[in-house]
Design a protein around this ligand. Structure first.
Ligand code: SAH
Ligand code: F3S
Length: 482
């Protein structure tokens, strides 16, 4: 297994939406990185639909090419650079075409893209998408355009995102932007700015609209969803200055989760990402209370060594993480758990690495995203710590971690043999056009023969076989949810 990204199936895919009549210009938009980027691209496409753009999957016919970028690891940036070279090759044949960089790389490299590299016409940071109409005007008039201003209050709450490349079943709904956690390895607080929460009413409206359109599952998105806090706008860090009234009527993540679940009992609700230091017990009780909130938690732990966690500025110890896992298992039996791990963080010893492996053994995650440490310019770790673990050692440790994860994944899929699980059908299986593919509430992929079922159906499936990552079975009927 190689390093993994959040949504492997869509990375870099150009995605389209339904053409709007009367629109004449063509937009080619590609997204890399986290789910938030995919969600943001839907906001961008929505803004540009009002500017006369329909989306296309044909790079060659595009008037405007936008790439929504990721800076989380050096490798992510290299992938985008290769794409920019490709766009420029096409631009030489089609000089009318304009190229814009969006997202974290735009924010990190700013005017550098225009000044030194001359490979783009437009640079737009994650909080500046509403300025796209003005920026486009600049570009149309032959000037370079840049807006990388980070905002204190932009949540795009008033924009109804168009759904790109949708199956009409699962949708992403962002609930917070930015991150205040300042993990020392992480570039996100610099590229996405301070943490803000979105008005719960606009979230509920968006979910209601999705329900009306027939969507069956929403994932509430944020860099750190547990820290969601709405008190009438403003930054999370300014909450102490809020009025008594605002404090008394503030909405927490568990309250938001309950509101969404209660408003749409037929819809599956997921959320990502949780942070061990901010996850509270009331979230677990809310999950236990509502059947439609999927029993699945993505809970990155990064390292099993308390010493390394401290160097990473994670606000939890190994023991606290284990206690949280115990709490989850107690309150939500059979909860699917997944992780993010960074291996080879500066100063990581063999003993620290063993701590990571033993913590994995303790939890036995369903699946995970495992990475070698990649130094990011400007972060605290880059400024204070030397990237001192040799590549060979990082590689070997990553292999050991990935092997352990594969064993644990297989442990879970094997334990499901003979059981009946509820599956929401999402799409045709990639490996067979005679099978559907969907997920159970614990977020395991399940494939089974199509029969007369269709995407969007909730089906009960008896598990008869498995690989380490996938359950294979046969439908035995509709779920009562259907
Ligand atoms: N809270 C976020 C985390 C974003 S980054 C979320 O919503 O998922 C996703 C993962 O990338 C992190 O959990 C971490 O494991 C990994 N990561 C972040 N910075 C990294 C770096 N400099 N090198 C290697 N991996 C990194
Ligand atoms: Fe990054 Fe840590 Fe926030 S990993 S996104 S700074 S929770």
């Amino acid at each position: 297994m190689e390093e993994k990204v959040i949504d492997e199936t869509k990375q870099g895919q150009s995605l389209t939406l339904e053409a709007r009549k009367g629109n004449t210009r063509k937009l080619f938009i590609e997204s890399y990185g986290c789910q938030m980027n995919f969600s943001d691209s839907e906001i961008v496409a929505s803004i540009l639909a009002n500017e006369g753009f329909n989306t296309t999957t044909q790079l060659e016919e595009a008037d405007l090419v936008l790439v929504n970028t990721c800076s989380i690891r050096d490798k992510a940036e290299q992938t985008v650079r290769k794409r920019l070279e490709k766009y420029n090759a096409v631009k030489r044949i089609n000089p009318g075409m304009k190229v814009g960089v969006l997202g974290c790389m735009a924010e990190r490299l700013k005017e550098k893209f225009l000044d030194e590299e001359k490979i783009v016409d437009m640079v737009v940071g994650p909080d500046a998408y509403k300025d796209l109409p003005n920026l486009l005007k600049e570009v149309d008039e032959g000037r370079d355009a840049v807006n990388v201003i980070l905002s204190r209050d932009e949540t795009y709450g008033d924009i109804s995102p168009v759904r790109l490349g949708t199956n009409g079943i699962n949708a992403l709904v962002s609930i917070t932007r930015g991150c205040d956690n300042m993990c020392t390895f992480c570039v996100v607080p610099f590229t996405r700015g301070r943490e803000r929460s979105r008005d719960p009413l606009s979230i509920l409206n968006e979910v209601a609209d999705l329900a009306k359109k027939g969507f069956k599952e929403v994932t509430l998105l944020g860099q750190n969803v547990d820290s969601y806090l709405w008190y009438g706008g403003g930054l999370k860090k300014d909450f102490k200055k809020a009025s008594e009234m605002e404090k008394a009527t503030a909405t927490s993540f568990s309250q938001l989760l309950a509101m969404v679940a209660e408003a749409h009992p037929k819809m599956r609700i997921r959320f990502s990402t949780s942070n061990p230091q901010d996850m509270t017990e009331d979230v677990l009780h809310t999950m236990a209370k509502y059947d439609n909130i999927c029993n699945s938690i993505h809970l990155p732990f990064q390292s099993g060594s308390t010493r390394i966690l401290k160097e990473m500025n994670r606000q939890h110890t190994r023991e606290e993480y284990m206690q949280l896992i115990d709490k989850i298992n107690e309150i939500i039996p059979e909860c699917g758990l997944s992780q993010d791990i960074i291996t080879g963080f500066p100063t990581e010893t063999e003993e620290d690495h063993q701590d990571t492996l033993s913590l994995m053994e303790y939890v036995k995650f369903n699946f995970g995203f495992m990475f070698k440490y990649s130094e990011r310019p400007g972060t605290m770790a880059a400024r204070k710590l030397e990237d001192d673990i040799p590549e060979e050692i990082k590689k070997r440790r990553l292999t050991e971690i990935v092997d352990a994860q594969q064993r644990h994944s297989a442990y879970h899929t094997n334990r499901s043999l003979g059981k009946v699980v509820e599956v929401l059908i999402e799409r045709e299986s990639k490996k067979s056009n005679a099978h559907w593919s969907g997920r159970n509430p614990q977020n395991l992929v399940v494939v089974f023969p199509k029969e007369d079922y269709k995407p969007g159906d909730f089906v009960m499936v008896k598990v008869t076989d498995c690989t380490s990552a996938t359950l294979i079975g046969e439908a035995i009927g509709y779920s009562e949810n259907n």
